[in-house]
Design a binder for this molecule. Structure first.
Ligand SMILES: [Ca+2]
Ligand SMILES: [Ca+2]
Length: 655
């Protein structure tokens, strides 16, 4: 309902403004009329598309391809880079999906909005061998935050989201007029070695038109299976082009599962890498960038980009007569985190020369391909300064001449890079006109090795390791020339670099403090803990007034911070066989629809589940309480004791 109303209002507003122009113009003279219409069309706000790929590594495409040549063919991205600006040192806000997506869509640093990993709504399980435990992440992005969709909508844009969302609830709750979270062609297959799409496939019919790659066997190219993500994005543009539009297009590829429905494309890569076709069943275990399924996924995403760009090239922009949409649309191409290199025994790809991959704040986990093209951006230009997807929000506001309330604008973490895009500046500057010096990341998750914060400044990258409470320092470049991009030579203990470590540590600590970043906690389950942790004495629910209480033992540490988290009776609590069956049926249904399993409930309770609400700490600081809303069926407490241990109570029925 709401989207329709907005559409109509925006259209009316547009017609009204054109009528005003015409009325004034007719009172003047015909020549003036022409001039006014031209200036009116020249100032039409441009469209914006973010083309977001999942887990696409920096070296998984044929732009900025260093060392071993990328064997995955990405001709459409190469063309986009020729038409726009390539950012050679572009970073995602985080090394995993959800925080990067939350960062790009709110323009706020994942540390600041406390959404730093993918484990949304999951109680952090501390292992007996681990000293630290990750902070708890709420089940969805805070509904009160302004999103890029909200901002664009306020400025008269029609907003659309297609594909992966992954920050809780559905994109519908976050300012999008149009939402289709389909997985498209990227769905699980029974047998990836042979279940390929056919010309008459009911869901994935092969295209009649042929596309690259061209080969000796297929000189005219190959067909591609129907992809609902691509089609839905094109349909959204076709339906929205009467107004300015913002499209957030998020592919589920090239994330696990590693597979393709495109038999011809898989055959192409099997031939290229010297595998039999069809491939043998089982894991792909060859080192390097030699997985033909992954190669096919990467080329499929590139094909999707090509379809979108072709559509923009061939479609008139009704708001700017004489122009095609490609001339009036900004396109941001990037990935949500670095490449995934391995899963079980399967070798997916290789981020070399970068260290590690997704789920690590090292270069392999956060350095990503990035190209921006659109009106006023010169083609084939490379920009080597540090850039972050957090910059998209303020940049898009500027490119579209949109405005938002000062308090919302002040909350943004990134910087406007439009002067660089337009060739007006060689550096990215902050609002006081000072050049950007550094970027930082906060990842208090994924076990002792990965649990770090990081800072990149100039040639250096420094890490604050939480498990060992020390620092690492690498010199990626020396005077702009590649030196230790591989991050192999830790300089933190080298006296020559003491001042660098001190300077970067101070900057990083200052950024973490300014963003009120939540740190890892001590793990009460750690078997070698040196301090005492609180112990729960009792936990009860009083049905008469819906009051939940919890007490800890008096002879242990007190409680200094306490929350209540609402849950469902399932899956945390034992359920009947019939309920289990029902749950399985629902899951299957959701799979068929290709939706996020998170997108199961749209009721008000779903907005409350998994979020943290403050609980009241009693004056003795050894007991806490909270009133549980009537519509909530289960809950648990989460609390921090005075020795900095993070605890949670078992989930309990609110009955
Ligand atoms: Ca390479
Ligand atoms: Ca990802």
């Amino acid at each position: 309902m709401i989207p329709k109303v907005v559409t109509t209002l925006a259209t009316l507003k547009y017609i009204e403004s054109v009528m005003k122009y015409l009325a004034i113009a007719f009172q003047l003279c015909p020549l003036f009329l022409l001039g006014l219409i031209q200036s009116a069309t020249a100032s039409q706000p441009p469209n914006v598309i973010i083309f977001y790929v999942d887990d696409l590594g920096w070296q998984d495409v044929q732009i900025e391809d260093i060392d071993a040549p990328c064997p995955y063919e990405t001709p459409n991205l190469v063309k986009l880079a020729e038409a726009g600006m390539t950012f050679t040192q572009a970073y995602s806000p985080a090394p995993t999906c959800s925080p990067s997506r939350a960062g790009i869509i709110t323009g706020q640093h994942p540390a600041k909005i406390k959404l730093t990993h993918v484990d949304l709504g999951k109680i952090p399980a501390g292992r007996a061998t681990e000293r630290l435990v990750a902070p708890y992440l709420q089940s969805h992005l805070d509904l009160d935050l302004m999103t890029l969709a909200d901002a664009m909508k306020q400025n008269g844009y029609r907003t659309g989201h297609v594909g992966k969302w992954h920050v809780g609830l559905t994109a519908t709750s976050y300012g999008f007029d149009f939402v289709n979270q389909t997985r498209g062609v990227h769905r699980g297959m029974d047998d990836r070695t042979k279940d390929f799409a056919t010309a008459n496939h009911p869901t994935y019919p092969l295209s009649k038109q042929k596309y690259p790659p061209l080969s000796k066997n297929k000189p005219n190219g190959i067909s591609y299976p129907f992809d609902e993500v691509t089609q839905s994005a094109i349909d959204f543009i076709a339906d929205s082009k009467q107004e300015p539009f913002f499209l957030n297009l998020c592919h589920w590829m090239v994330h696990w599962p590693v597979l393709t429905r495109n038999g011809e494309l898989l055959e192409h890569y099997c031939d290229k890498f010297g595998f039999p076709f069809p491939p043998e069943p089982g894991d792909m275990t060859r080192e390097g960038q030699q997985n033909p399924y992954f190669a096919a996924m990467t080329t499929t995403v590139d094909w999707s980009l090509g379809r979108l760009v072709d559509f923009l090239k061939h479609t008139d922009d009704p708001r700017s007569p004489g122009k095609k949409l490609i001339e009036t649309t900004y396109l941001f191409f990037t990935s949500d985190n670095g490449g995934a290199e391995i899963r079980g025994k399967e070798i997916i790809s290789d981020n070399a020369p970068l260290k590690y991959g997704k789920k690590h704040p090292e270069e392999g986990g956060i350095r990503v391909p990035m190209v921006v093209a659109g009106p006023g951006i010169a083609g084939g230009i490379r920009f080597e300064g540090l850039v972050n997807q957090l910059d998209y929000f303020p940049t898009i506001l500027k490119l579209t001449q949109s405005s938002i309330a000062t308090e919302n604008f002040d909350a943004l973490s990134g910087l406007d890079i439009s002067p660089v895009l337009m060739g007006k500046s060689q550096t990215i500057k902050n609002r006081s006109g000072k050049e950007r010096t550094h970027l930082f990341w906060h990842f208090p998750h994924n076990g002792p090795l990965a649990m770090k914060s990081a800072i990149r400044e100039g040639d250096f990258k420094m890490y604050k390791r939480y498990d060992t409470a020390d620092d690492e320092l690498y010199r990626l470049y020396q005077d702009g020339q590649r030196l230790d991009l591989e991050e192999q030579n830790d300089l933190a203990k080298n006296p020559e670099f003491t001042s660098v470590v001190q300077r970067l540590a101070a900057k990083l600590d200052s950024d973490l403090a300014a963003n009120d970043a939540e740190m890892p906690y001590l793990n009460p389950a750690f078997q070698a803990k040196k301090k005492a942790s609180a112990r729960i004495a009792s936990s009860s629910f009083h049905a008469a007034d819906h009051r939940a209480t919890l007490t800890v033992k008096k002879n242990g540490p007190a409680i200094k911070e306490a929350y209540v988290i609402y849950g469902r009776e399932t899956p945390d609590l034992p359920v009947s066989k019939e309920q289990q069956k029902q749950k399985k049926r629902l899951e299957r249904k959701m799979q068929r629809r290709g939706q996020d399993s998170e997108a199961t409930q749209d009721d008000h309770a779903a907005e409350l589940l998994g979020m943290k609400y403050p609980a009241t700490i009693d004056p003795d600081a050894h007991s806490i309480r909270a009133v549980i809303p009537k519509e909530i069926s289960a809950y648990r407490f989460l609390f921090v004791d005075t020795n900095q241990f993070l605890h949670h109570s078992e989930i309990q029925l609110a009955k």
